[in-house]
Design a protein around this ligand. Structure first.
Ligand code: PLP
Length: 425
């Protein structure tokens, strides 16, 4: 964190608008078969992509083709199907690595962010932390980036400290700087908040942490689906992400880690695939990343995720980001016209995640009635209880957009909201 320029590296809206025009977004939307369906007799408006993203036909077809034509286990059988499955699976690892600008061998494939962060907690942090050490978190973390650290703290005697937020939902960077003391061994921070949409300046944060000898874990779950992410350029120690939010199948994700960490970490789970030799008196573990990939992986899922990153790559993540910013600007403009609606989170450059509350209406009631109008949003606490406590609300509605959404859907959403409020009046 050496200067303001490095803390807010988001491209301005003008630069983004140019890129957004480069794509035929109606054609893109047509790639997503599910978006054509109706719900309760109304055209679906899917505004829940921060929860899970919809899948383009290319991903569905890749999974289908694997099971129809190539299904076999990986890294075991010498037969033709076995080598086809292994090549497709390892090919997916290479594509995901290219998409995030890292080396395939530094990418541990796993079930998602939750698994990835637990792997760091158990395999990296447990053996290293002790009484007096501090784990630094932020107020805006998802439970997946809080609870594993609490488990580590309980077992090691380390202490958790929290960096608070500014009123607009930005991270308090001054407080973060002050809290990066010599006692801090690990800093866990989300790249993008799943509730506020705040985009944290993770490259600057990780640079400063590294200068102070603090190991960094970045939760990229809400970043990779929506903006260009160059993990190598961020300069963190660990970067976790989940495939199902970025057009890929559920049960897929990855942990990227610096080579030196992976080389020094003991296995997390034991079993097949993660060894080179097993004797009854001891085992020789495989090199990373396979050392951390015990058992049969989600082969079809990763082949689907490989197709998903190819799809996103072809769209261009700068275009995706620009499109979503354009939708967000329209959405904010429409929501501002709704009486009694309060948006939570207004950090500059925020992502297209809009949490809100409406006077006199419970979030679950609103979401349930919107569903009857064909509109899918999330309501509740979004796996972020500490953040909701800070916001002073027991639940929020959250509308989260993706590049496949449309301006018409924004209008339909606002019309549905008006109808629901008239019903409740
Ligand atoms: N971190 C953030 C910011 C998230 O939004 C989510 C999912 O909602 C997760 C972590 C957990 O991801 P998963 O359930 O795929 O492991």
């Amino acid at each position: 964190m050496n200067g303001p320029g490095q803390l807010h590296p988001h491209p301005g809206p003008a630069a983004q608008a140019l890129a957004a025009d480069a794509v035929d977004w109606a054609a893109v939307r047509a790639d997503f078969p599910l978006l054509a369906r109706e719900v309760h007799g109304k055209p679906l408006v899917y505004f829940d992509s921060a929860n899970t993203g919809q899948k383009p036909a290319a991903v569905i077809d890749a999974v289908d083709a694997f099971y129809r034509h190539h299904n076999a286990n990986v890294s075991r059988a010498v037969h033709q199907l076995g080598s086809e499955a292994t090549e497709a699976y390892e090919g997916a690892r290479r594509r995901i690595a290219r998409f995030t600008n890292v080396r395939p061998d530094d990418l541990v494939l796993c079930s998602g962010t939750t698994f990835a962060i637990n792997l760091v907690a158990y395999s990296w942090a447990l053996p290293r932390l002790g009484p007096g050490d501090v784990i630094l978190l932020t107020r805006m973390e998802h439970h997946a980036n809080i609870v594993p650290w609490q488990l580590v703290a309980q077992r090691t005697g380390a202490r958790i400290e929290v960096v608070e937020l500014l009123p607009d939902g930005s991270l308090d960077l001054d407080m973060l700087r002050d809290k990066m003391t010599g006692a801090v061994k690990l800093l866990a921070v989300t790249h993008v908040s799943n509730v506020l949409g705040t985009v944290n300046p993770v490259a600057g944060i990780c640079r400063e942490a590294r200068r102070r000898g603090i190991t960094t874990v970045v939760d990229g779950s809400q970043a990779l689906p929506h903006r260009p992410v160059d993990i190598a350029a961020i300069g963190c120690d660990f970067y976790a992400f989940t495939g199902h939010k970025m057009c890929g199948p559920t049960g897929t994700g990855a942990l990227w880690a610096r080579r030196e960490h992976l080389a020094a970490m003991p296995p997390f789970l034991g079993g097949g695939e993660m060894i080179t030799e097993v004797r009854l008196d001891g085992t020789v573990f495989a090199d990373p990343p396979r050392r951390f990939e015990a058992g049969t992986p989600n082969i079809a899922g990763f082949i689907g995720l490989g197709a998903a990153v190819d799809y996103l790559d072809a769209l261009g993540m700068a275009n995706v980001e620009a499109r979503e910013q354009e939708l967000l600007a329209h959405f904010n403009e429409e929501l501002r016209k709704v009486d009694g609606l309060r948006i939570l989170g207004a950090a500059p450059g925020k992502a297209a995640v809009v949490s809100f509350v409406v006077d006199g209406v419970h979030a679950h009631d609103l979401a349930t009635l919107l569903d009857l109008q064909g509109v899918a949003i999330r309501s509740g606490q979004h796996c972020a209880h500490p953040l909701l406590q800070w916001l002073g609300v027991t639940a929020t509605c959250r509308a989260s957009l993706a590049f496949y959404n449309t301006h018409d859907e924004i209008e339909a959403f606002v019309a549905a909201l008006g109808k629901v409020r008239r019903l409740l009046a």
